[in-house]
Design a protein around this ligand. Structure first.
Ligand code: BYC
Length: 345
C-alpha cells in the first residue's frame, strides 16, 4: 500500500488536524500567543513564511501536498518523454522537449518549497522511490499514440491548471510563489496540446480517429485527477480552513467540465459520457459517475503503469548519481578556491 511518510518528527502535542483552528496546538501561554498570531495572519490573508511559527499539523500537511505535487511533476515527465524520439516533426519535437524540461523544473521549484518546511530532498525522493509517497494517479496510464501527447497537454495540463490557479493564493508563501510560475508554464503546455490536436483534426480520417481514441481513454482519468468527492476527501476541510486549498475537489472538477465541453466542440471531438448535458437550472454541465474503484486501485499502486513508472524513475535517479557527485565535487572545489566568495553568497 502507498502511504505518505515524512521525516518530519512530531514535536508538539495537540496538533490534531481535525481540530478547529482555534483549538490546534496551544499547550502554554507562549504557544497560545503564537497560535493566535498564526490565525490572525490567516484571517488577514497574509502569507505564512518559513521562519514563522506554524502548527505542526499545518507543516505536515504542506509537506505531504507539496512533495506529492513535486513527485507528480517529475513522474509526469515520463509518459510524454516516451514520445520525444517519435515526435512527427522537428517543431513538435522541440516543443515536447521544452515541455518535459518545464515539468522537471516544476519539480525542482516544488522540492525547494517543501525543503523550506524542514524536510530533505533525499528523504522525499527516497519515499517516492520506495513506493511510500503518492503522486498523481493520472501518470499511471499509457501513452499509446501521438495524439495522447496532445490530449495530455489539453486535458491533463488543463485539469492541472484548474487545480493549481487557486494554489497561487495558498497561505504558505513559498508554495504560492512557486505556483505562479508553474501556472504560467502550464498554460503554455495546455495551449500547445490543444493546437497540436487542432492540427490533427484538420488531417486524415485516421488522424481524427486517433484524437478521438485518445480523448476517450483520458477523459474519465482527468475527472478523477481532482481527487475523491468532497464527501470522501479526508484532508479537504482542514486544508480549506488553513487556506492551503481554496476550492474543493468537486467544485474544481465541475469548473473543468464546464470549461472543457465548449473546447471539445470547437475541436470536433465527442466526450465519452452519455450523461454529459447542460443543466439550465444549475447553469453547469451534468456528467456521469466516475469509477472511484479504478481510481483507488491506481492510487494504491495497481494502475496499468505504476510499476513501470517507478522503475523508470529509480533507474533515472541511479543513472544520474555521477552527475550529482560531479556537481558536489565542483561546488566543493569552488569553496576551497574562493572561500570568501562562497561565504558571501
Ligand atoms: N492521485 O483528501 P484528499 C500535473 C489522494 S501535476 C493520487 O482530497 P487533498 C502535471 C490524496 O493525496 C498534478 N492521489 O486530499 C505534471 C489523499 O491521500 P493522502 C498533481 C490522490 O490533498 C506534469 C487522498 O487521496 N497536482 O498536473 O486534500 C505534466 C484523499 O484525497 C489524487 C497536485 O499535486 C490523485 N489524483 O487533495 C502535466 C496539486 N487525488 O495524501 C501535468 C496539489 C487525491 O492523505 N495537490 N489523492 O495519503 C492538491 O491540490 C491536492 O493534494 C489534491 C488532493 C487535490 C490532489
Amino acid at each position: 500500500m502507498y502511504t505518505q511518510s515524512f521525516n518530519v518528527p512530531d514535536v508538539r502535542e495537540n496538533t490534531d488536524a481535525t481540530l478547529p483552528l482555534s483549538r490546534v496546538g496551544a499547550p502554554d501561554e507562549a504557544d497560545a500567543a503564537r497560535q493566535a498570531r498564526f490565525e490572525d495572519k490567516l484571517s488577514a490573508d497574509h502569507k505564512i513564511e518559513p521562519q514563522d511559527w506554524m502548527p505542526e499539523a499545518y507543516r505536515k500537511t504542506l509537506v505531504r501536498q507539496i512533495s506529492q505535487h513535486a513527485h507528480s511533476e517529475i513522474v509526469g515527465m515520463l509518459p510524454e518523454g516516451n514520445w520525444i524520439s517519435r515526435a512527427p516533426s522537428l517543431k513538435r519535437k522541440a516543443i515536447l522537449i521544452a515541455k518535459v524540461q518545464d515539468e522537471g523544473g516544476h519539480g525542482l521549484y516544488l522540492y525547494s518549497a517543501a525543503e523550506t518546511l524542514g524536510t530533505s530532498r533525499d528523504q522525499m525522493l527516497a519515499d517516492l522511490h520506495s513506493g511510500k509517497a503518492k503522486y498523481s494517479s493520472i501518470f499511471n496510464y499509457p501513452t499509446l499514440n501521438w495524439a495522447d501527447v496532445g490530449v495530455i497537454g489539453w486535458l491533463v495540463d488543463g485539469a492541472a491548471i484548474m487545480n493549481q490557479i487557486p494554489l497561487c493564493r495558498c497561505s504558505y508563501g513559498p508554495y504560492a510563489r512557486a505556483m505562479i510560475r508553474v501556472c504560467k508554464e502550464e498554460s503554455f503546455h495546455q495551449r500547445q496540446g490543444y493546437e497540436s490536436l487542432l492540427t490533427l483534426m484538420r488531417g486524415t480520417v485516421e488522424q481524427k480517429a486517433m484524437v478521438q481514441d485518445a480523448v476517450n481513454r483520458w477523459w474519465w482519468k482527468c475527472l478523477a485527477m481532482f481527487g475523491p468527492p468532497d464527501s470522501d476527501s479526508p484532508n479537504s476541510v482542514q486544508g480549506m480552513r488553513w487556506g492551503i486549498k481554496r476550492i474543493s475537489n468537486d467544485d474544481l472538477r465541475q469548473k473543468f467540465v464546464d470549461a472543457t465541453v465548449p473546447q471539445a466542440e470547437v475541436l470536433g471531438v465527442s466526450l465519452p459520457d452519455p450523461e454529459l448535458k447542460w443543466n439550465e437550472a444549475r447553469q453547469h454541465y451534468d456528467f456521469g459517475a466516475i469509477d472511484w474503484d479504478e481510481f483507488w486501485a491506481t492510487v494504491n499502486g495497481n494502475g496499468p503503469c505504476n510499476k513501470e513508472r517507478l522503475a523508470t524513475r529509480v533507474k533515472a535517479h541511479q543513472e544520474g548519481q555521477w552527475v550529482r557527485e560531479a556537481a558536489l565535487a565542483y561546488a566543493h572545489k569552488q569553496t576551497q578556491k574562493h572561500p570568501t566568495q562562497q561565504e558571501a553568497a
